[in-house]
Ligand binder design. Structure first.
Ligand code: UDX
Length: 441
């Protein structure tokens, strides 16, 4: 099958490369000429483990090409997938400008039967609006008689940054939201190299599955963070509570890691969008407002814990390990790590920061007065405290003896509890995590 993938961000590029690695002929299209040129040279413009190698072998096998010229490639497409961003407006509502612009372009060039697949996360009802836009553009281009041969299918993605290619090739399910059997079968055939249950449903249900999935995962995170906050009042250890409830198959062990809360380009956006969609449809989704509030407050609580223990930060050298919104990515969008680093800087601290992958992205948003250290130990050298904000595995591998000798005051504030099991007291550290027993705040 021939696939045109429009949009080469985390979702579009990973999905395009994934399909190409399964033998589908893929043309990836983007308006960004510089990005397309980089991709054509085999360079992936963001950190995503394994994606560069997979892209290189897909290029060598001739299964993938990169172009800015949609008109030139759309002619042979069986499926045209759209994976452009739907960023939040100030109201939380998804901004569909880019999506509809692409729909108009597709309609202007489409001159044969094809399936339009929408991979972007969109409010319920948007897929139908995309189809309408495509059909209007086709009619304006003189192809009105073909519009009935065009179908739209909602195929939401569930890719996590850092494991995106793996998540594409080995998903828990493939959701196919279609109006008719023909379109559903074409999309199912496109995914023939992927062994996973198909959830064949209506377009609206598929659109809702995406938001419900992310909102539920975000709810799990805010729930365990509330439990962590209560654990500090009653003297429980949230890690054991998470373990104890996670063994219940109805709950599951994943997404029960307490800390400074969720960030990234999806959870914050999608939870807010779902809250906005609910309101726009006359329904007050009470739980979502609490999930958002808890998540925002979790960062504040952790920051206050640092102030409570250290007092004024003016002129104090504070080391920050981790700026990416999670490990295995260089993405700092909505990162709790960046948020807390900015609060520390605003409080007068003399910040030295280190992240294995996100330094270049962080330089664009952190103050010029922040020191960007070459290694974790360099960042901690001379520091009054170390604040860990992203759970990069390498932070567990440092020599804690060397770290202790490098620091002036042996405070460690661990926003991800990722060092909690290392018994750092034996090196002379004072350690504070999140929800790890009694804490008087
Ligand atoms: C998420 C969804 O998992 C994915 O299915 C969807 O397609 C896109 O959004 P992503 O945002 O890439 O993926 O990362 P994820 O691993 O879900 O983590 C999101 C945030 O939650 C990160 O900031 C992470 O640190 C935080 N998190 C995750 C927790 O705080 N606790 C956890 O237990 C798990």
């Amino acid at each position: 099958m021939n696939l045109v993938m429009i949009g080469t961000g985390y979702v579009g590029l990973t999905t395009g490369v994934g399909f190409a690695s399964l033998g589908v002929a893929v043309a990836c299209v983007d308006v960004d000429e510089a990005k397309i040129a980089r991709l054509d040279r085999g360079e992936v413009p963001f950190f995503e483990p394994g994606l560069g190698e997979a892209m290189k072998s897909a290029q060598e096998s001739g299964n993938i090409l990169f172009t800015t010229d949609l008109k030139n490639v759309i002619g042979g497409a069986d499926v045209v997938a759209i994976a452009v961003g739907t960023p939040p407006k100030i109201t939380g509502e998804a901004d569909l400008t880019a999506l509809f612009a692409v729909a108009d372009q597709v309609g202007a060039y489409l001159d044969h039967e094809a399936v339009i697949v929408v991979k972007s996360t969109v409010p319920v009802g948007t897929n139908r609006r995309v189809l309408e836009r495509v059909r209007v553009a086709m009619t304006n281009a003189g192809q009105g008689e073909l519009t009935s041969l065009i179908r739209v299918v909602s195929v939401p993605e569930f890719l996590r940054e850092g494991t995106a290619l793996q998540d594409f090739l080995h998903p828990d399910r493939v959701v196919i939201g279609a109006d008719d059997e023909v379109a559903s079968r074409i999309v199912d055939r496109l995914h023939e190299g992927i062994v996973a249950p198909r959830v064949c449903t209506t377009i609206e249900s598929a659109e809702m599955i995406k938001y419900a999935a992310n909102a539920f995962l975000a709810t799990k995170i805010s729930f365990i963070n509330e439990i962590a906050n209560l654990a500090e009042r009653v003297g429980a250890d949230v890690r054991d509570v998470a373990h104890g409830i996670g063994l219940d198959k109805r709950i599951g062990k994943h997404f029960l890691q307490a800390g400074i809360g969720y960030g990234g380009s999806c959870f914050p956006k999608d939870v807010s969008a779902l809250e906005q969609i609910s309101g726009a449809n006359g329904y007050t989704f009470k739980l979502l407002s609490a999930v958002i509030e808890v998540n925002n407050r979790q960062r504040e609580r952790f920051f206050k814990k640092i102030i409570q223990e250290l007092g004024s930060l003016k002129g104090r050298r504070i080391a920050v390990w981790g700026l990416a919104f999670k490990d295995q990515t260089d993405d700092i969008r909505e990162s709790a790590g960046i948020d807390i680093a900015q609060r520390l800087h605003a409080s007068g601290a003399d910040l030295a920061v280190y992240d294995p992958q996100a330094m270049d992205n962080a330089r664009r948003v952190l103050s010029d007065h922040v020191e960007f250290a070459p290694t974790a130990i360099d960042a901690a050298s001379g520091a009054d405290a170390l604040v860990v904000l992203t759970q990069w595995p390498e932070f567990r591998e440092v020599s804690f003896q060397t770290l202790r000798e490098a620091m002036v005051d042996p405070w460690i504030f661990d926003g991800r509890n990722c060092l909690a099991d290392l018994d750092l007291a034996k090196y002379g550290f004072k350690y504070q995590g999140v929800g790890l027993g009694k804490y008087e705040c």
